[in-house]
Design a protein around this ligand. Structure first.
Ligand SMILES: *Cc1c(COP(=O)(O)O)cnc(C)c1O
Length: 443
């Protein structure tokens, strides 16, 4: 037996990096995520009493001993399950990234978390880890444009094929599609490797029935080895307003660039879920180096301290702004989760969502010309893509983020020339209403 199965002699252990014990409850009361964001996963005693975690700007870490180095590499390479127990090299792990992962897990009550250099690198690394040559992917539509590109243009280079269903599809139609995907995979001698969701869909805010998808997956595949995981991009509503792991999803993906980062000053991503799903993704991240850097990880620690405060305020602001816009004579309609008109969408909302979010679409009476006039007259809201920051942003998807989408597909997805997408920030709600009022007057 090799030495890693024995208890290492005292003095050869890596100095501990995580606080012990980490206070997670007081007198039987489980502490809330917003409380844990200030200290969980970091012990000032381990860093000269520094209240905030220092930024560990180092590419590599000195081993206590040769045996410790061997043990750490066994963890990194998966020779020994459970991941690395020590710090090795910043492409694999670093303290700032590990603290962010510990804190992100708290929000989702996830067993494990991985942070990435961007939302897209989280999504791409997940797909590369879980999908093999000739496999089949089933996904909801529409998806974030770069995710669509990843599946349709990049994964397809490896012989991967895909089927997609509209976000609001009924469970029986999803089940039929999964069965079709399984038949295709059986014919090809491959497997359905991934069920990939994005909910709500951008920019229409159409919701996917995560519970329905998970039940359909179980019905078609059972719980055997060939069961594909259900992964979901939760960027628009997480971590506050939707908890997909509670509804049968296996992997939750994020662009942390949006609400979690929240200040429009960083780019990062994450994947959360059970270790059984994340271990291969971690191994892929170790290989290709899509981990977040220490500076960005430190910024995310700053952001997580206020994520509940920011999202709550933005959500309250959005409700007030939408109440104003709803009855405005120059507004044709709203795509806001707090004012759903479709009964099936409302049912999905009530089962899955804890809040309506602060990103929505507003349909201006008229077309591109009227929408542009509205956008050009905004004084507080800035014209920019992205969302989830402290500042209010407005954009025109048909002419910007979705400009390369064909007219047919735009029509099918409901991306019209009079659709303006708004992401509400944490400004004063009445100031925002005054801004929208004067911009609409100018139309
Ligand atoms: C922004 C975004 C992404 C991509 O994230 P990056 O951090 O820009 O790589 C993926 N999905 C959704 C829903 C997004 O909004």
């Amino acid at each position: 037996m090799s030495d890693h199965n024995e208890n290492p002699p005292l003095g050869t252990m890596t100095p501990r990096r995580r606080p012990k014990p980490d206070v997670k409850e007081i007198d039987g009361r489980r502490l809330k995520p917003s409380t844990l964001m200030m200290g969980h996963g970091f012990d000032p005693k381990l860093s000269e009493g520094s209240l905030k975690a220092p930024i560990f700007l180092t590419s590599t870490f000195a081993f206590e001993s040769a045996a410790a180095g061997k043990r750490h590499f066994e963890g990194i390479t998966g020779k020994r399950p459970g991941g690395a127990e020590g710090l090795v090299y910043s492409r694999f792990n670093n303290p700032n990234q590990e603290i962010v992962e510990d804190r992100l897990s708290v929000w989702e009550e996830a067993e494990d978390a991985l942070v990435f250099s961007s939302g897209m690198s989280a999504i791409a690394t997940t797909m590369m880890a879980l999908v093999s040559q000739n496999d089949v992917i089933v996904h909801s539509g529409p998806l974030y444009a770069a995710t669509e590109t990843m599946i349709a243009k990049i994964m397809s280079k490896f012989g991967i094929t895909f089927l997609d269903f509209p976000a609001g599809a009924k469970p029986e139609d999803i089940q039929e599609m999964l069965q079709k995907a399984k038949d295709i995979a059986d014919d090809r001698g491959s497997k359905v490797a991934l069920v990939y969701l994005e909910s709500p869909a951008n920019p229409t805010n159409a919701l996917v029935d995560i519970e329905g998808v998970s039940a359909a997956r179980d019905a078609v595949f059972g719980t055997g080895d060939d069961m594909p995981p259900v992964a979901i991009d939760n960027t628009f509503l997480g971590p506050l307003w939707q908890r997909p792991l509670d509804h049968g999803a296996d992997i939750v993906l994020y662009s942390l660039t949006k609400y979690v980062g929240g200040h429009s000053d960083l780019v990062a991503g994450a994947a959360l879920g059970e270790k059984r799903w994340l271990d291969p993704i971690r191994a892929m991240r170790n290989t290709i180096g899509t981990i977040t850097d220490p500076n960005t990880a430190w910024m995310l620690l700053r952001s997580l301290e206020t994520v509940e405060l920011r999202m709550s305020r933005a959500g309250e602001n959005a409700a007030k702004v939408c109440a104003f816009l709803k009855t405005h004579p120059k507004v044709e309609g709203l795509g806001y989760l707090g004012m759903i008109e479709d009964a099936r969408q409302q049912d999905i909302y009530e089962r899955h969502c804890l809040g309506a979010g602060s990103t929505f679409s507003v349909f201006i009476k008229g077309g591109e010309e009227e929408s542009f006039r509205f956008l050009d007259n905004l004084k507080i809201a800035k014209l920019a893509v992205s969302l989830g920051g402290t500042e209010t942003l407005a954009s025109h998807p048909a002419a910007m983020t979705h400009i390369s989408v064909s007219d047919d597909r735009k029509a099918a997805l409901g991306i019209t020339d009079n659709l303006v997408r708004i992401s509400i920030g944490v400004e004063d709600a009445d100031d925002l209403i005054a801004d929208f009022a004067q911009a609409l007057d100018a139309v």
